[in-house]
Design a protein around this ligand. Sequence first.
Ligand SMILES: Nc1nc2c(c(=O)[nH]1)N[C@H]1C(S)=C(S)[C@@H](COP(=O)(O)O)O[C@H]1N2
Ligand SMILES: [Mo]
Length: 391
Amino acid sequence: MSDDRESRELGRREVLKSGVALSGLAATAGMSFWSKLALAQGETLVPFTDVPEDYAVAPKVEGAVHFVDTRHIDSFYTPNDEFYLVQHYGQPEVSMDDYKLRITGLVDQTLEFTLDELKGMEKVEVDAGFECGGNRHDFYHGLIGNAKWGGVRLKDLLERAGVQEDGIEVVFYAMDKGMETIRNTEVEQSFGRSMRIDDAMRDQVLVTYEMNGDPLPGYHGAPVRLIVPGWYGVANVKWLNHIHVQDKRYMGRFMARDYVTLRKVNVGGVERWDEISVTWIQLKSSIVRVTERNGSHRVTGFVLNDGTPLESIEIKIDDGPWQKAEIDPDSSQYSWKLFYLDWDDATPGEHTMVSRVTDINGQVQATADEMPEKVTRWENYAQFPRTVMIS
Ligand SMILES: Nc1nc2c(c(=O)[nH]1)N[C@H]1C(S)=C(S)[C@@H](COP(=O)(O)O)O[C@H]1N2
Ligand SMILES: [Mo]
C-alpha cells in the first residue's frame, strides 16, 4: 500500500476502475443496485450446506459480541441496531452531560472540547465499512458492517492544539476500563489504541458523533468515536475521551499484545517472522448469500480493503471459469463493496463456489493454501469457498 497520503483519497469514479465498474453501471442504469439486491417477491434464500441448520444470530445485548447474519445483508448502510458489536471491557457508564474530549501531551496547548463544541466545528461525513480483525469463516464473517459516519476531522483538532515536532505518536484512550494481568501484576487499563502522526493527519480520519445520520448509539461509542477508514475495526476507538500526543510508541494491549499478526515477511533480504499490529484492512471478498427466483439464481457478497481501487471481483462455481461479478456503483473508497453474479445454469445438487478480488495494483486475494506463512487468527482474508444445495 502506498505511503503517499495525498494519492490515497479518491473520487468515486476512480474507486471503480475498468470495465467492471462500467458494466456494473450499465447493468443497473435507471435502477438502484440495491433495489436489485433486496429480496424481491418470490425470491428465496438458497441454503448453504456449510452453515448448520440451527445456526442463528442472537439479538444484540449489552456486553456481548454481536454478529450479523451475512445471509441477510441487503442494504448499503448497515442499520445501526443491526451493526455488529465488539466491546472488550463491556459497556461503560457514560455521562453525556459532563462529557469532554481532552487533547494533551506534546501540543502547544492542551485542549478540551464538549460535545456541543465538536458539533460547532466543520462537519465531515465518510462512508466506512470495516470488520473486526478477528472476523472469520466460523461465523461466516459476521463481524462486519458499513455506515456513514459524521463528525470532525481529527486533523482539525490536532492542528488547533498544535502538535510539536517531537510528537510522533497519537494515543486514543476510551472510557471503558478493564483489569489486565501484565507480567503477573494486575492493573486497571482503559481501552486504548494509537497511530503514528502522519496516519492521524489523514483527511478521512474522523472523531465522529453520528452514525447513519443519527446520534452515535451507546453500543457504538456514544458520545464520540474515532473512525479510521481503511483500517480494521479495532482502530475505531469507541467512547473516546482522551487523545494524547507523545514521542514514544504506545504499547497497550490492543496495539502490542492483542490484534497482533504473526507473518513471515522479507525484511531486507532476510525471511523473518514478524509481529505486526493490525492496521490497514487486507484485500478480501466473501460470498454471503445465494438466492433463487423463478428458477434463476444470484450470488451476492462483499469486498473490504484498504481503499485501493478494485480491478475485478470474480466468482468460480465448481470447476467452471472465473466469472466477473457486478460491483455496487454506490461504493466509495472506504465503504464495503457489494457485488453479485447472476448464475444462469444452476443444476440440482450441491455446488461449491468461491469469490476472489483483485485490486489495481494486481494484488489478488489468495487461497488459504497459498498463505502458509499466515498463522494467527487475526486478519482472515483468504478466499472462502462456500457450498450450496440447489433443489
Ligand atoms: N473503547 C472501545 N473501542 C473499541 C472496542 C472496545 O472494546 N472498546 N472494540 C474495538 C473492536 S475490537 C472492534 S472490532 C470495533 C467494533 O465496533 P462496533 O462494536 O461498533 O461494531 O470497535 C473497536 N473499538
Ligand atoms: Mo475487533
